[in-house]
Ligand binder design. Structure first.
Ligand SMILES: *Cc1c(COP(=O)(O)O)cnc(C)c1O
Length: 800
């Protein structure tokens, strides 16, 4: 039945798998039936892809990530299989609208932000480039929290994305592994080492097919779920201890319950380390099992498997592979170490020292006693090599050690990942250079060829074709459809950027996207937005380094200016904010409240006459991003220079024709190089200047008091103008700006405000704005994740 026509299959699936007929079916039933109908069509491609990989003995890529920010899959799968029209017609026959049915799909939010979304874009590009690959992660039952805004404050609720079942996944109870924790390490009679864990949990696989563009290949996203080996202790249950009888299962469940919403501060919690080891061990066991099953000899692993670590969360995999090779396969330590290094690559995502994962040594040793021994053994080789190299002094040697000996001893996961990988990459050119001079300067001295750059990308299927069909059609009319298969062909738009017909068509598409977003926001929040205003958007996780506060202070300054000079020709603006704050991050949560306080005051003030509107959209996620980005005119990428590793939101916006206002940080620099200085608004200090200023004495108070606009805005916020109900709500937040201002809001404020006025002047010249927008679309095809994955494949994995 997988080849029949969609219409009849749909009704069949509805009856047989949902158990309803078309008269009883609710929209969510239709969604489930539609998804399973599509999935039936994926299966043949999937099996064929797997067969072909086995038959050819191809090398596979394994992408290990604690986060996969997938979002919805219906539109993506239909579009990549070329079945969108057919499904639309099938549903229309029953009076249903595909777009409305798509709204029934929950957004799979198994990630925090950019790092998790990168993993999802990479999975799609791997399939599109026909590279055999598995993604490995955790099937969180609740994932990232759902954000509600109550009286302006963030409230965290569990995301129940699995409540109605997941029509895309296959449970593979037979692909199961035992994961140990605790216990002791003993030497057996034959001299080999045995780890006897005190606790065993079973990891079992849940697979989701990932369809590439034009259905070329279907890869597997394998997410692990946890079970107790003994789900119910019947003797305890029968003795009346009902809860105790289920305690092991509850403990297993808790492992896969939630994703820690910690963005850049290690959560330091035991459960997090248990999660990391759980999914690393299951994945490495699965990879080794598959290799031995098909290739026999474990020593050829690096020829058939490339394992990429997405940040340090899976870094314990290095020790786990060593354990399997030495303890289970009887290899000598040195041979195992050579195999391990040739198999792993490690991607670093942050330079923030507080975000570099490390675990208290006693915790690590208690939970993973055998891995602790292995880490010590790796460390003694590493330090010996460092001493022998002659390029390392004592400080450098203690800096590269896998054990941090300063104060409470800790295991440094980034150093373990670096030592255990043949490739260590950054995610944008600046970030990679900074890795060499900051966090990894000493390891870089010892291994000067290991660090390399792979600038991030985003999949143009989701972030152009699917989220912006109007723009896609317009581009097709202008330059044909070659860009659908090679995003860099968008450059064919360059000679047409000045064409007034194209400009008008692109502007019409943008306006209709803005109308659609305005309607959505009106329905959701009751706020009315003018689609002819400039939509100025900052959507991303709320973090001080991303500087939503800079944008908010400037918004207040603009509000003051509009009220003081109503006679001036102000450009009507809508300021859109969205993003989640880690639940323990006080200042980030306060910034959300501030955005909402400012919105309430500004939006209700008739004296700004609709020239300024502020909205904070609740529960920013992939689905919301897909609505907002096609409707944006201005993309806010204003992090403190040197602190945003790459950013990928910046790429999505430019691809959809928004102009960027941004600092020389992360991939903004490369976007500027591609689109040209005249088509982007760059302001503020460079990373070098920020470092310099932090090293010198930086006096933010002097700066604030010397800038009338900034001073007035900061004082207004500090004195409770936006928080009459609690006048001191922001006093401390503003005092932080006066006292230390680590993120350099004050230092960049005047440059930022000036850049915003340059934005206004450009906007008033509609033709010039539109031309710049087309230039952005044309020149950012390079930021496709297909290009990024091509570079990983050739330069790190050896699979293309
Ligand atoms: C792309 C994306 C991000 C990353 O945004 P940045 O601006 O690069 O931080 C975060 N969340 C979602 C939902 C995204 O789609």
């Amino acid at each position: 039945m997988t080849t029949g026509n969609i219409e009849s299959d749909l009704i069949d699936v509805l009856r047989r798998r949902v158990g309803k007929d078309e008269f009883a079916a609710k929209p969510s039933d239709w969604f489930y039936a539609a998804a399973q109908t599509v999935r039936d069509r994926v299966i043949d491609h999937w099996i064929a892809s797997t067969r072909q990989t086995y038959a050819a003995g191809s090398k596979r890529v394994y992408y290990l990530s604690l986060e996969f920010l997938i979002g919805r899959l219906m539109r993506d799968t239909l579009s990549n299989l070329g079945l969108t029209r057919e499904m639309e017609r099938a549903l229309a026959d029953h009076g249903l609208d595909l777009a409305a049915i798509e709204e029934m799909e929950p957004d799979a939010a198994l990630g925090n932000g950019g790092l998790g979304r990168l993993a999802a874009c990479f999975m799609e590009s791997l399939a599109s480039l026909d590279i055999p690959a598995y993604g490995y992660g955790i099937r969180y039952v609740n994932g990232m929290f759902r954000q509600r805004i109550d009286d302006g404050w963030q409230v965290e609720l569990p995301e129940t994305w699995l409540a109605n079942g997941n029509p895309w996944e296959f449970k593979r109870r037979e692909s199961a592994y035992r994961i140990g924790f605790g216990g002791e390490v003993v030497e057996t009679a034959d001299g080999s080492i045995a780890w006897n864990p005190a606790e065993l949990i079973e990891a079992s696989a849940v697979d989701t097919p990932v369809v590439g563009w034009r259905g070329k290949r279907v890869n597997t996203l394998r997410l692990w779920t946890a079970n107790s080996l003994d789900p119910i202790k019947l003797d305890a249950f029968n003795a009346g201890d009902h809860a105790g009888a289920l305690a092991d299962q509850v403990r297993a469940d808790s492992l896969v319950r939630v994703l820690y919403p910690a963005d850049s501060n290690a959560s330091g919690q035991e459960l997090r380390l248990r999660q990391e080891y759980f999914f690393s061990s299951a994945s490495i066991q699965d990879i080794v099992r598959r290799h031995v099953q098909y290739h026999g000899d474990v020593t050829t692993l690096p020829d058939k498997a490339a394992i990429q670590l997405n940040d340090t969360h899976p870094a314990v995999s290095v020790a786990e592979l060593m354990r399997l090779l030495v303890d289970n396969h009887g290899l000598e330590f040195d041979e195992a170490w050579d195999i391990t290094k040739r198999t792993f690559g490690y991607t670093n995502h942050t330079l923030l020292p507080e975000a570099l994962e490390s675990w208290p040594l006693p915790l690590f040793e208690r939970l993973l006693p055998r891995h602790m021994q292995i880490v010590y053994a790796i460390n003694s080789r590493l330090l010996r090599e460092a001493r022998k190299s002659g390029v390392m002094d004592d400080d450098s040697i203690s800096a590269i050690s896998l054990i941090d000996e300063g104060g409470e001893r800790r295991v440094r996961m980034a150093n373990l990942a670096f030592a255990g990988a043949h490739s260590v990459n950054g995610v944008a050119a600046l970030h990679t250079e900074l890795m060499k001079t900051t966090v990894f300067s000493d390891l870089h001295k010892l291994y000067p060829t290991r660090i390399n750059n792979k600038t991030n990308g985003v999949t143009p299927r989701r972030w152009l074709q699917q989220c912006n069909p109007g723009l896609t059609a317009t581009i097709k009319d202008a330059i044909g459809d070659a860009f659908l298969d090679d995003t860099e062909k968008l450059v064919d738009l360059v000679p047409l950027a000045g064409d007034s017909t194209l400009q008008e068509r692109v502007a019409e598409v943008k306006r209709s996207n803005k109308v659609a977003l305005a309607k959505h926001i009106k329905d959701l929040m009751g706020v009315r937005l003018d689609p002819d205003a400039l939509f100025d958007v900052q959507i991303k996780r709320i973090h001080e380094y991303k500087r939503q506060l800079l944008n908010l202070v400037e918004t207040v300054a603009l509000y003051d200016q509009i009220r003081s000079h109503p006679e001036r020709d102000w450009v009507p603006r809508v300021k859109i904010f969205g993003g989640k704050a880690a639940s323990s991050y006080h200042n980030a949560k306060l910034v959300i409240k501030l955005a909402n306080d400012i919105a309430r005051r500004v939006n209700a003030d008739p004296s700004v006459g609709g020239l300024l509107k502020v909205v904070f959209v609740p529960n920013y996620n992939v689905t919301f991003a897909e609505r907002i980005i096609p409707a944006a005119d201005l993309s806010e990428q204003i992090s403190t220079a040197g602190m945003e590793a790459s950013g990928t939101g910046n790429m999505k916006f430019a691809l959809n024709g928004a102009l960027t206002i941004g600092t020389l940080d992360g991939a903004n620099i490369e976007i500027k190089d591609h689109v040209g200085d005249e088509n982007i608004f760059i302001f503020g200090m460079t990373a070098e200047e920020v470092a310099q200023k932090r090293a010198d004495t930086y006096n933010p108070r002097e700066l604030i008091e010397g800038s009338p606009e900034l001073h007035q805005a900061v004082e207004a916020i500090a004195s409770g103008v936006f928080s009459h109900d609690d006048p001191h709500r922001y006093t401390e937040l503003m005092a932080g700006l006066y006292d230390h201002d680590w993120f350099m809001v004050a230092a960049d404020f005047d440059a930022y405000a000036a850049a915003q006025r340059a934005v206004d002047r450009r906007w008033e010249d509609a033709a010039s704005w539109r031309k710049a927008a087309i230039h952005n679309i044309a020149k950012v095809g390079w930021f496709s994740s297909d290009r990024t994955i091509g570079e990983y494949a050739r330069e790190i994995w050896g699979v293309l």
